[in-house]
Write a protein that binds this ligand. Structure first.
Ligand SMILES: NC(=O)c1ccc[n+]([C@@H]2O[C@H](COP(=O)([O-])OP(=O)(O)OC[C@H]3O[C@@H](n4cnc5c(N)ncnc54)[C@H](OP(=O)(O)O)[C@@H]3O)[C@@H](O)[C@H]2O)c1
Length: 311
């Protein structure tokens, strides 16, 4: 990867005027995704909010339009837990635009009970990793047209597993809501780093920059978790978490900040990377395993029935 100065203490006031730039944010109707869209809109960018719920998406679009900024705001219906919906979203995006400056793979679910996507994948791995892998593959020509950026969104939780469970990637035999979430976030980071290597090897002008929001109080902690976990999050969200506005900054840096580097991993840098000034974050040894990353790429292609060769 190209060597540049590490970024420290990054804030949104370092954004250029983004007039004419276009960004797609999955899960842009809620939490960190909504706040990332708001930061981009304040910098005058056009934003495409991808949401699985039409009504929540429409509310978010209305709120974003009220933020002074001036760029266009579009709603795209997208359910990452359905290959058909992802393919329809790809078509819908192309009715609005013919090029993209960046895609933030922000949407996610955490610690859900054992459930499946419409295509039979375990829900967290299917939504958080496979859905975004397919979406990025489909949109790659639009991103290439603007020498744009792909921003996978990981988590401190990526450190919670020692690697991808290739023997049982869907945890069909021994389901753990927490391990499956950690694995999906490890997959997000491994994918971001592997994509960066492949883009560089191909001499592409597209870059892959991974981000994580630290610990931010959002709907994530109440949508998926149940029982005691959900009760604990109610307390820790009040005592320990930062705001989603702060949590969105690493994503915004990754997708639109000057000097963001192909293959970088940005997030908060204090309290175990849970909050604080935004800069380079810590990557686990497992996430740096290049053989495993190539295997994850091949597994993702096989499960989705696609071949993604970056030329
Ligand atoms: N909050 C944190 O502390 C934290 C920490 C580390 C990483 N993250 C990551 O940050 C990202 C954003 O999470 P958040 O904290 O902002 O949570 P959030 O407020 O719950 O937002 C998650 C977004 O993802 C959407 N989503 C869920 N399943 C989807 C699907 N099948 N198709 C399309 N969209 C879907 C949600 O839609 P609905 O509104 O319809 O549910 C929502 O818009 C996630 O990737 C998460 O893993 C968060």
């Amino acid at each position: 990867m190209t060597t540049t100065q590490p970024i420290t203490n990054w804030t949104a006031d370092r954004l250029d005027d983004l007039s004419g730039k276009r960004y797609l944010i999955t899960g842009g109707n809620s939490g960190i995704g909504f706040e990332a869209a708001a930061h981009l809109r304040r910098a005058h960018a056009d934003v495409l909010v991808a949401a699985r719920s039409a009504s929540k998406g429409a509310d978010a679009v209305a709120q974003l339009k009220r933020i002074p900024g001036g760029g266009a705001v579009h709603l795209i219906q997208l359910d990452l837990a359905s290959v058909e919906s992802i393919r329809q979203a790809n078509d819908a995006i192309r009715t609005h635009i013919d090029a993209l400056d960046g895609v933030i793979n922000n949407a996610g679910i955490m610690q859900t009970p054992q459930l499946q996507t419409a295509d039979g994948f375990e829900l967290q791995f299917g939504t958080n990793h496979l859905g975004h892998f397919l979406l990025n593959y489909l949109l790659f020509d639009l991103i290439t047209a603007r020498s744009g950026r792909i921003v996978p969104v990981s988590s401190i939780a990526h450190r919670g597993v020692p690697g991808i469970n290739f023997d049982d990637p869907m945890f069909a035999n021994d389901y753990s809501a927490t391990k499956v979430y950690s694995q999906s976030k490890l997959a997000n980071l491994m994918y971001g780093l592997e994509l960066a290597r492949r883009l560089e090897a191909a001499g592409s002008a597209v870059i892959a920059v991974t981000a994580h929001p630290g610990y931010s109080a959002t709907n994530l902690q109440s949508t998926g978790p149940t029982g005691i976990l959900k009760a604990i999050y109610k307390v820790t969200n009040r005592l320990l978490a930062q705001s989603p506005t702060a949590g969105a900054l690493p994503e915004v840096l990754a997708v639109a900040g000057n000097g963001a580097r192909n293959g970088a991993y940005y997030g908060p840098t204090m309290f175990g990377d849970a909050r604080g000034p935004v800069g380079e974050s810590h990557i686990s040894d497992a996430a740096q395993d290049q053989d495993a990353a190539a295997r994850l790429w091949a597994l993702s292609e096989e499960l989705l029935g696609i071949t993604w060769k970056i030329a």
